[in-house]
Design a protein around this ligand. Structure first.
Ligand code: XMP
Length: 513
């Protein structure tokens, strides 16, 4: 089954992926493409609608992204957002000026409800809040357009040319603060572009399963399972498609959280696949003894991981397909990345070239994280796996500052377990994006009973973030921190002090190493 396609044309704004996610929330399949994509290529993709994203400040700047007028002559409906709105006006002969008063944030907006974008939206009245973020505005609309929304400072908050199916909004309908933002996008997609809205994870699962079946035939498939949501959902999909032609190798390096290795194994126990768990803790520990430098730890674990995987893969013999859990944000972001390496990430998704296989299968390549989760639920994967928070490849090894010992590992596993329990008890486990304990290498004086102690300081970290590139520290209520801290010092030996990390990223990072 092929889906109708919406193209999100990326002009470099900060909300590009958010727009794509909103489109998918409307049941419409979309792909993000660079504004540099040649018009011929766009034609070949045969989209039923195009959305221009926001982007840099001014269309008049030489280095600002532009687009050929031809895009408006394809007969495909276009919705321009923010910079995309200004670009549409500018390219079609209107004009753009700099605001006397820039608008930023929640802005009172007046809508014309006769526009298809703003009609049949019960949540939207003639005056509502929209989210603005602009220093330029459309000062003259192109011929054939009419104004359909304005604010006190922005005469053209929305415009449209109904005959040509061209629409533009200066505000950001993709941001939650815009009242009825999702309905506005939905109106464009369903009323203007006539999308039928058949992009659901149930459809996706059926299509993907039959495509995988056709491709794999009776071949052998290998998957490196980390227990993370991406590789687990990929495994579930492959299991449904090819059953025991699939072998999952789960390398347990011993730095998983408390009970986690067993939980992963249990989650797959009932599936008709070959599941190999390699308990390689001793092998990893022997390489890490005395190592305290974070980068050396990461590299050592990454390399050892590959060695262990290689040994196991060899036992299976030649495989035809290797599965990777690559997801759509990785696809969008790869290629644009010349950012400095802050930490060398180890990820089982990035397995190298040593396993002898014919082809790579990436069944989640087109899905956002929340869609991967929905797919996991659709496939009947357990909650433990579907809602698992991100966990770094090197595991607790990079949450123990300094050298790693068995004792420190136990302390951290127990403390982290209690912290997670308290967060879940307070119903915060889905609103805090990542939370964990770190065993610092510092010891200090305390008093317990009548005796002096000289024990470890444990740090708690909780962050809220959408992309993990930047993060804020989570405002965990004091009473939750208090009960976690009290339980940890009482129940875990050798911890006598707890601190909460209140730094943002940047300048910190989420993990401590
Ligand atoms: P940092 O510490 O760089 O972490 O702010 C950002 C996110 O990435 C996770 N992380 C990793 N994930 N392999 C992974 O798969 C790694 O080596 C790794 N290091 C950090 C981290 O947990 C956070 O979610």
């Amino acid at each position: 089954m092929t889906h109708q396609l919406c193209i999100v044309l990326d002009f470099g704004g900060q909300y590009n992926q958010l727009i794509a996610r909103r489109v998918r929330e409307c049941g419409v399949y979309c792909e993000v493409k660079s504004f540099k994509t040649p018009i011929d290529e766009i034609k070949k993709l045969n989209p039923s609608g195009i959305i221009f994203t926001g982007g840099p400040n001014s269309v008049y700047k030489d280095d600002s992204p532009h687009i050929s007028k031809e895009i408006f002559e394809l007969g495909i409906p276009v919705l321009g957002i923010c910079y995309g709105c200004q670009l549409m006006a500018y390219t079609l002969g209107g004009s753009v000026s700099t605001c006397v008063n820039s608008e930023y944030g929640k802005t009172n907006t007046f809508y014309d409800s006769s526009s298809p974008l703003f009609s049949d939206c019960p949540e939207l009245s003639s005056q509502n809040i929209s989210w603005m973020s602009h220093t330029d505005f459309v000062s003259n609309i192109p011929d054939g357009f009419r104004i359909t929304a304005h604010t006190d400072n922005c005469p053209v908050a929305a415009m449209e040319n109904l005959q040509k199916n061209l629409f533009a909004v200066q505000f950001h309908p993709e941001v939650n603060h815009t009242v009825a933002g999702l309905s506005i996008i939905d109106n464009f997609l369903k009323k203007v572009c006539r999308f039928c809205g058949d992009w659901t994870m149930q459809n996706y699962a059926q299509t993907a399963i039959s495509q995988i079946k056709n491709k794999v035939g009776d071949g052998k498939v290998l998957l490196a399972l980390s227990g993370g949501v991406d590789s687990s959902v990929a495994a579930a999909l492959l299991a449904k498609a090819v059953g025991n032609q699939l072998t999952c190798i789960f390398v347990d390096h011993g730095f998983m959280r408390k009970n986690e290795g067993d939980e992963v194994e249990a989650a797959f126990a009932d599936w008709d696949i070959n599941f190999v768990r390699v308990n390689a803790k001793e092998q990893f520990m022997s390489k890490l003894r005395g190592v305290s430098d974070p980068e050396t730890k990461r590299k050592t674990i990454g390399e050892e991981f590959i060695r262990v995987f290689e040994q196991e893969a060899k036992k299976i013999g030649k495989v035809d397909y290797l599965v990777q859990g690559t997801i759509y944000p990785d696809v969008i972001e790869s290629g644009s990345g010349d950012a400095a390496v802050i930490k060398s990430h180890h990820n089982v998704g990035g397995l190298p070239d040593y396993v002898d296989f014919k082809e790579i299968i990436e069944p989640l390549r087109m899905l956002f994280k929340d869609e991967v989760r929905q797919l996991g639920i659709e496939l009947g994967l357990s909650d433990v796996l579907v809602w698992r928070q991100p966990f770094p490849g090197p595991g607790l090894a990079i949450r123990i500052i300094g050298d790693i010992t068995d004792d420190k590992l136990l302390i951290l596993q127990d403390a982290d377990f209690i912290f997670r329990q308290e967060i879940a008890k307070a119903n915060l486990d889905r609103s805090i994006n990542q939370y964990f304990a770190v065993l610092t290498n510092m010891r200090s004086v305390g008093v317990m009973g009548d005796s002096r102690t000289y024990d470890y300081t444990l740090a708690l970290r909780g962050v809220t973030t959408t992309d993990f590139m930047t993060a804020d520290f989570a405002r965990i209520p004091y009473d939750v921190l208090e009960s976690a801290a009290a339980r940890i010092v009482n129940e875990v030996k050798h911890v006598n002090r707890i601190v909460y990390d209140i730094t943002t990223k940047p300048p910190s990072t989420i993990e401590w190493e």
